[in-house]
Design a protein around this ligand. Structure first.
Ligand code: GLN
Length: 307
């Protein structure tokens, strides 16, 4: 298998694609991004990195940060997390409010917005928002091995200015006692986590611990093996919101998307993959990112369902 050739073919197809989806318009600073971008990076288990297209261009990782926030939150409270957030696919949009009332303020899973707002609340315990954010950025830098990773403050401000829906979710959960801190502090932490900027190469590197059974490539342990498997299972069942079933069907890899147009996908023991194309489909997942991963899965045979 020649990954360089496979990547070149995918980049070629994605460059020429006409149906590119629509950039997230509800966060003004994301609405300005050119939908012509496409990038891909693959890190294999033996440590080789392959890239194509705009793999070095930074983008807002948005909800992909929920994977890293979940990893930190589980490190802090372990299985106690599951009394405050569920583990079932939502079947609803990422920012849906309707399910929360029926389920008494407990979000369905950690990868919808309400669930990640709970993660921010957990990660805030004993910290100021600035410190909690600093811890998350440090964690992502450690995973990636790149100290240059930072928050795009313009995106964070843009989210703060327009995040009424997230505010509603947070206040609603606070009314049920699911959030322990003041909603504004929790939301500040959440918005900044979403505003971390990375490129495909960095993001694929950040996912290596999930490819390697919880180990950092330097040999250190990031999370126990069982926890890595559990995070991956949540990515597979919940990582693409109400389109998670379709993504599992088409791609067959645990993946997490963000409204910046990025997707992190992991094939345990084989590869950590990041794709980026800013145009989104109706479910808020990268239109070409999903297609590129489908092509990659076809060409490589990579899937969690293949023997
Ligand atoms: N920051 C975005 C929001 O809260 C994240 C959503 C996403 O990436 N799906 O709406």
């Amino acid at each position: 298998m020649n990954l360089e050739t496979i990547i070149a073919g995918i980049v070629d197809e994605m460059r020429g694609a006409t149906d590119r989806g629509t950039v997230a318009h509800y966060i003004p600073s994301l609405a300005k991004i050119d939908p012509a971008h496409f990038g891909i990076a693959i890190v294999t288990a033996d440590g080789e990195t392959f890239t194509g297209g705009d793999a070095e261009t930074g983008f807002s990782i948005q909800s992909i940060s929920k994977v890293f926030s979940l990893t930190l939150a589980l490190g802090k409270v372990g299985d106690r997390l599951w009394s405050r957030v569920g583990r079932e696919p939502s079947g609803n949009a990422f920012n849906s409010i309707v399910q929360l009332e029926a389920e008494k303020g407990i979000p369905r899973n950690p990868f919808i917005n309400a669930g990640a707002i709970v993660l921010a609340d957990v990660n805030l315990a004993g910290y100021r928002p600035r410190e909690a954010i600093g811890e998350l950025v440090q964690f992502v830098r450690y995973l990636t091995g790149d100290d240059g990773i930072a928050i795009d403050e313009t995106v964070a401000r843009s989210e703060e200015e327009t995040g009424e829906r997230n505010r509603a979710l947070a206040h609603f959960m606070k009314s049920y006692g699911v959030l322990l801190h003041a909603p504004e502090m929790v939301l500040g932490t959440y918005f900044h986590a979403c505003s971390i900027e990375m490129n495909c190469r960095q993001l694929a590197h950040a996912g290596r611990y999930l490819m390697l059974g919880g180990r950092h490539p330097d040999g250190g342990r990031v999370v126990p093996d069982r926890r890595a498997r559990r995070i991956l299972s949540l990515m597979l069942t919940c990582g693409h919101y109400d389109a998670s079933g379709d993504f599992a069907f088409r791609v067959g890899m645990p993946g997490k998307s963000g409204v910046g147009g990025g997707i992190l996908a992991v094939v345990p023991g084989k590869a950590s993959i990041a794709v980026w194309s800013p145009g989104l489909n109706a479910s808020g997942n990268s239109q070409l990112g999903g297609l590129a991963l489908e092509r990659l899965a076809e060409a490589t045979g990579w899937s969690v369902f293949s023997g």
